[in-house]
Write a protein that binds this ligand. Structure first.
Ligand code: 5AD
Ligand code: SF4
Length: 443
């Protein structure tokens, strides 16, 4: 161990943002474990706090700044506490974050291998430390993530990093750099390790999984290889891009019962004028054709989406196109956001953020209300049907009930009666809410 702690130093890692960040935190823990750190869950006991941050919308960053204020108090009580900011906001703000009185260390998403050196330099008294270099090669392919929840059911595996799409509203290409695919063998090795450790579900992650390419292996082949590791382990993936989602992937999903029948296919807007300005590089018609193809190949596949209200220049008519598209597709669920201008993006440089905040909010509320109806309808259609679910744990409300998900990623709640997490059970849907299927165990 290359430090002079008498007992193992304790690190608390707080994660904000997407699933990719959750997985990155596990990679960071793996790197720090190698130099002697142990995970700790309480701020008051930590020697090192790392905040793995998100920069996608302004409110994500505001929340993190609030958290830094909290650690400022903690540090007043214990001046030896080291506080680091890592992840997307670290990459976006770079040195500016070092001006914050509580921040000792800043590291971007491609600099995690350097954390031990940065921490060592801090300990040696070399002052605040920063590394925000982005890489064209780094995939952390050889690092086995240390799962934060070792009894877990689902394991995240990153299959690629970065993004080459440059959607005009999005900060991610700037915070995560250029797209690169991870070595297929290292993905399969990690999936095998997770299965051997008892995980029942593998979730493959990438900003745009459809553009995965390593040598001859594309996403469809990778998906098939992971699915073949074990028929009793489910495979999920996220996120698909409508412009790149190929029939080959749909046919592979249909061919393997253990590949979950769920596609997260962000649409962002139903208006061609907005899609053009967003630089999504597909039209509304193209999107609807992809949805039709999914349903033709897999009639039981669920489709979820992301949408942004109040993007630059969005008119009421543009927004109504989005509402109409939602009604047409009948999404099973959606993540809905109001547009937040991000410094440095194409939209920020070229288009005025001219939809008034109250209009953004009003449109957001309207689409949320519509999606609630659509989710409720989607769930009502399942009443009376039977599904195989993978149990994830107790329901939020009570330990007398368990929660598990269908292949379509819908949450089912049912009486615990002798079952436990990690098991598959068949349930019949008795009733539903917009968010949950209320079930009984069959047999
Ligand atoms: N403002 C609002 N929402 C955004 N998203 C990405 N960038 C922005 C932004 N600047 C949304 C998109 C994306 C999801 C992860 O976050 O819908 O799919
Ligand atoms: Fe994830 Fe995007 Fe947030 Fe980065 S900015 S943590 S990639 S959601």
């Amino acid at each position: 161990m290359s430090n002079n702690y008498t007992i193992a130093p304790r690190v608390l890692i707080e994660t904000y943002g997407c699933q990719m960040n959750v997985n990155d935190s596990e990679v960071v823990l793996a790197i720090l474990s190698k130099v002697g750190y142990v995970l700790c869950k309480e701020a008051s006991l930590a020697d090192l706090v790392l905040i793995n941050t998100c920069a996608i919308r302004d409110n994500a960053e505001q929340r993190i700044l609030g958290r830094l204020d909290f650690f400022r108090l903690e540090k007043k009580r214990r001046p030896s506490l080291v506080v680091g900011v890592i992840g997307c906001m670290a990459e976006r703000l770079k040195e500016k974050l070092l001006d914050h009185p509580v921040v000792d260390l800043v590291a971007g998403p491609d600099a995690y291998r350097d954390l031990p050196r940065l921490l060592e330099a801090l300990r040696a008294g070399d002052g605040k430390q920063i590394n925000t270099l982005l890489s064209h090669e780094e995939t952390y392919g050889d690092i086995s993530p240390v799962r934060m929840d070792p009894n877990g059911v689902s394991a995240y595996i990153s299959i690629m990093r970065g993004c080459n799409n440059v959607c005009s509203y999005c900060v991610v290409p700037y915070t995560r750099g250029a797209e690169r695919s991870r070595d297929c063998d290292s993905i399969l090795r990690e999936a095998r390790e997770a299965i051997d450790a008892g995980y029942k579900e593998i979730i493959l992650l990438g900003q745009n999984v459809d553009s995965y390419k390593f040598g001859e292996v594309g996403f469809a082949q990778l998906l098939a290889r992971v699915a073949e590791l074990s028929p009793s382990v489910r495979v999920r993936f996220s996120t698909s891009h409508p412009k790149d989602m190929k029939d080959e992937v749909l046919l592979t999903m249909a061919a393997y019962p253990n590949i979950c029948k769920h596609i997260h296919l962000p649409v962002q807007s139903g208006s061609n004028a907005m899609l053009e300005k967003m630089r999504r590089r597909h039209t509304r018609e193209w999107y609807l054709e992809r949805v039709a193809r999914i349903r033709e190949i897999m009639p039981d596949c669920s489709i979820t989406t992301d949408v942004i209200t109040g993007f630059c220049g969005e008119t009421e008519a543009d927004f109504e196109d989005t509402l109409r598209l939602f009604r047409q597709v009948r999404f099973d669920a959606a993540f809905m956001f109001q547009y937040s201008e991000r410094p440095g993006t194409l939209a920020q440089r070229h288009y005025p953020d001219d939809v008034p905040p109250e209009v953004k909010t009003e449109r957001l509320n309207r689409i949320i209300a519509l999606q609630n109806e659509l989710s409720a309808e989607s769930n009502r259609r399942d009443v009376g049907r039977e599904f195989e679910v993978l149990i994830e744990g107790f329901s939020k409300r009570s330990t007398a009930d368990l929660m598990g998900r269908t292949s379509q990623n819908k949450a089912c709640v049912f009486p615990a009666a002798g079952h436990a997490k990690g098991e598959y059970v068949t349930v019949r849907v008795l009733d539903s809410t917009p968010a949950t299927l209320i079930c009984e165990v069959v047999e």
